[in-house]
Each structure stands twice: as structure tokens, then as C-alpha cells.
Design a protein around this ligand. Sequence first.
Ligand code: AGP
Length: 608
Amino acid sequence: MCGIVGATAKRPVSEILLAGLHSLEYRGYDSAGVALLHNDELFVSKHQGKVAILEAALQKQPSPSHIGIAHTRWATHGVPSAENAHPHVSNNRVAIVHNGIIENHDQLRKGLQAQGFEFVSQTDSEVIVHLLSVELHKGSDLDSALGAVVEQLDGAYAIAAIDIAHPDRIAAARHGSPLVLGIGFGEYFVASDPLALRQVTNRFIYLEEGDRVSITPDHYQIWDKTAASVTRPVVELKDKLDQASKGDFDHFMLKEIYEQPRVLAETTSFAGLPTVDESIFGANASEIFDRVDAIQIVACGTSYHAGMVAKYWFESHLGMPCNVEVASEFRYRLRAKRPNTLLLTISQSGETADSLAALRDAAPDEFLASLVIANVDNSALVRESDLVFLTQAGPEIGVASTKAFTTQLVGVLILLLAFGRRKGMDSGFQAQLLQALRTLPDDVEAVLVQRARIEAVSERFIQKHHALFLGRGVYYPIALEGSLKLKEISYIHAEAYPAGELKHGPLALVDEEMPVIAVAPNDELLEKLRSNLEEVRSRGGELYVFAPQEANFESSDRVHVINMPHCDAITSPITYTVALQLLSYYVAIQKGTDVDKPRNLAKSVTVE
Ligand code: AGP
């Protein structure tokens, strides 16, 4: 998604802005630009493609400017192009960058055109800069002009603006899209993600919905949505900067796959087992948990798959009713009230627009309370939920989620233990679960040992355009997650089905060209799955079976067995996931795609 960085300082800022844009690259973008103010002149450079192209252009014309705003754009309105890239400029005096979507842009554009403004882009964002021009022309200062502009906007935005009449000031505002204020010494910054500013500060203010801010090198002021001047808490981030580097790995995704044994252990120990320390969820967590009878999960993408696994676990191990729904559907339908139901959102970024909207849309009396399982502290979902479980995955840079998913599943298992205490979980099962969590990091290590075997079979996918993933029971969502990973980073069209559904339709797709990937643990559904795989084999399909030795699958010409370690049934959805992550990674390497930044995708989906 789009990224914003702005800086006002007593030193040149173009390097700071570029470094910020580089840190935001992982979020996905198609163009980049910068606007700098110097000696009453506005200098703008914007280009389609990588930040490196912008950087090369700026190197040819180095700027001593002490103030600027910069942007990476992920196209929503208008094709990726230099014209549509931000910053947008009006009257050669004011420039803005914008994240989000302005829903009433059409109507605003018509009004501005009637006043004589000429539009040079196809974006919704350009209306903002011309509206700002109108307000400045009336004699308003930059801060009040932005205040008057946001009153006219419908939709979601984070905006930063500069104006030649205010040579050291950046005005910014947020509503529906994240924005932070970075606090330096004799310099202030704004950005859509603190990661963009970690090179210059670790002190941040997370602006709230409807906030506006004004920054100069020596001063900042924040106004809330009622235009009252407010103070907001300063948060000091303590995470290490080197977590955002690839280290010795070729890609962030591979690094993040390999980090899983460590971060799974850290997520488990965060809960203070063997008895779950419920204060980690929030001060009144125990009191709320005592009253929960059912769970409604809402999430998107990979996090939704974690929710599907959670449903199997809550219902089969606790008999607790659990529904799961994608956030973009949940938020737009009429729903029945669920007394004593916990609304559980799951999100790596904590900023996903649909999940956030689902949380906000829930009526006060619709659910008992809300809980989020998130990976990013201080994110919007974390700030707006009653209770929080923070996965300890650390920054996830690869667009394809890996360690965030598996730590989310550990978060769900911790929750299962917390409710287990209340719902009479069998003590034998509880001991088994605690032991499974203890050995999980070693089990994942044992999967990573299969790297070479998985890399070898990945070569067989080079010419493939389609793939089918099969699983049964709790492994059906794991098959879904495997297929999502493969399509995201290799661009192979992949589908996942519960294996029992095969003969109800998808079997028609199976021929010699169709690789079929089966998640085949040695469980009570193994024999059913074996029959499903025979159906594939007898139609000439090529099988890739992830199974432990005890399942007795044999490799042959058209059957490739990948041996999985023997591990506990409760945590093995996690270990099978890791194997499928490796498969997708190596197939993408064979295909030569941009593994960490797959086309058209963004890491943090902050627009609808
Ligand atoms: C995962 O590989 C995807 N990039 C995507 O499906 C992601 O899980 C989804 O957009 C939800 O994001 P969140 O977990 O940050 O809410």
C-alpha cells in the first residue's frame, strides 16, 4: 500500500526521506516521488517504478532542502505512472501526499474544474491539493487550510502537505489511514509507519482518528477531530533495527521462514506457561473470559486461515461454538446479536482496513468484548480492541505472511488453554498441548531440514500454470494457506479443496499437467484421504504428498513423498504449514519472481 514520509529539520532531509521510502518498499508500490522546499521554490521529482529510480534522479540534482514530503504509491485510481505518482502540486506553491481513498473525489473534481483548476492526474488524491490551494488563497494558514479541506473529504486518508508560504512547516491529518509523528532533536517527522523513521528516531506519537498535526523543526501541535488542541502519549519503541535486514538470507521470506523456531518459542514463553498469565491480554481479561461462551472470528487472507484453524480447535477441543468470516463480508451484512460472544480479530499488521472496519462496525451490544491477535504493537486494531494478544514474530517484511501466521496459531492455542481452564478441558489433553508447544520449535527445525528435498521437487513446477491443494479436517485451512502462498509469490493459479470435495467438481481439472499437493498427516482421516489421492492417481495427476513415514506413502514416478517429522497432532498444522511455505518459496525462485514483493500486492492493506 501507499507510504508517506515527511521531515522538517535543521539539516538536509532528502536522504532521510529516501531511506524512509526504502523501508516502506516491502509494503508494495508502483511509483515513488518527493517534494522539497528550498529558497521559496518547490522541487518535485516523481517516477514510475522503484525508489532506486527516484534516488538516481535526486542524485543528479542534490537538494540542500530542510523540509520535504515523500510517497510510495500503490495504484487505486489511475494507472501506475509518473503523472499519477505523488506528491501532487497546485499553483506551484503547495504539495501533498495522500494514502487512502477519497470517495467523493468525482464531485469535488467537478467543483474545482468549474473554478478553473486543471487536473493532470487520474487520481482521487489530486482534489486534495487543489482544495488546499483554494483555502490558502482565502488567506488561511497551512494548518487551518488543511483543517478546512478535510471537512470536505469523504473516505479514508492520511495526508501530509507543504506550502512555500510556510517554509519550515508540514501539516498532516489522518482519518482511516495510519499516520505517526516522529520526534527527533530539533526535527520532527510524519510517516504512515514508524518503520520509515527508525533510522532517525525511536520516539513516536500515534495520531488518532480525525487528528491533525503541524510540525516545524522546533515544535509540534496536535488537534483532535473537534479541532481542540490535544496531547497524545509518546511511545518509545524498543525493537531492534537489525530485524528489518535480510542478514545472510537471499530474501526476507526465507529469513522469516527460518526465524519460526525462535519466534514460536518466544510467543509461547510470552504467555508464561504452564498456566496462562492472562494479564498479557489486558487488565480485565480474566473477568471477560469468565463470561465468554462463543467466539466470532473476523480476519482477511492468511489471518483468516488462522481463524479457520481456530474454529476446528475451539469446537473440537472445547465444544465452544466458533464462527469465522472474512472481514470484507462481515462488515457489510446485517448480523444477529451474539450474547456472551467474544469478537476475535486476527491480523499481522493490525492495520487491515476491512478488519478494522469490522471491529468498528460491531454495535456496542453485539458482542461481549473484542480481542485482537496482532503482531504490531500500537497498531489501530491493538489500540481499539478491549483485549490484545501480541504475537512475538517481530517485523514481517515479506509480503507473503509466514512467521506471523504460525505465531497467530500459537496465540490461538494459548487462548484455547485459557478457555480450557474454564470449560473443563481434559487434564490429559492439556498436558499434551503444553508438551506439544514445548517441542514445537524442534518440530519446525525438523521440517526445515527437508529444505533440499522440497527445493528439488519445486523444479517440477517450472512449467506449471495450475495446482490443486488437498487437505481434510484442520488441514483443509492449511491447504488453503499453502495455495494462497503459492499463488501470491509464484503466480501459479492454485486452489485448495477439502479432499472429500474432489469428486464433486475439481476432479474434472485433474490430468497429467495438474500437480496435486496433499497434506497427509497420519490421523483418523488418513484412509479417506488416501482414497481421494487414488482418484487423482488414476486420472494421471501428479501427486506431492507431505506425510510422515507412518502414513506409508511410497514415492514413484508420479508420486513425490516429502517426509514430515513425527509431531503432536495438535501442533502439526503449524509444521505442515512450514513445509508448504518452503515449497512456495522454492517454486517462486524457479519462476524468478520478486519473492518479497510480489506484483500487485501490498503488505499492509490499509484501503478497502
Ligand atoms: C498473506 O500472505 C497475505 N499477504 C495477506 O493475505 C494478508 O494475510 C492479509 O492481507 C491480512 O493482513 P493482516 O494479517 O495484516 O490483517
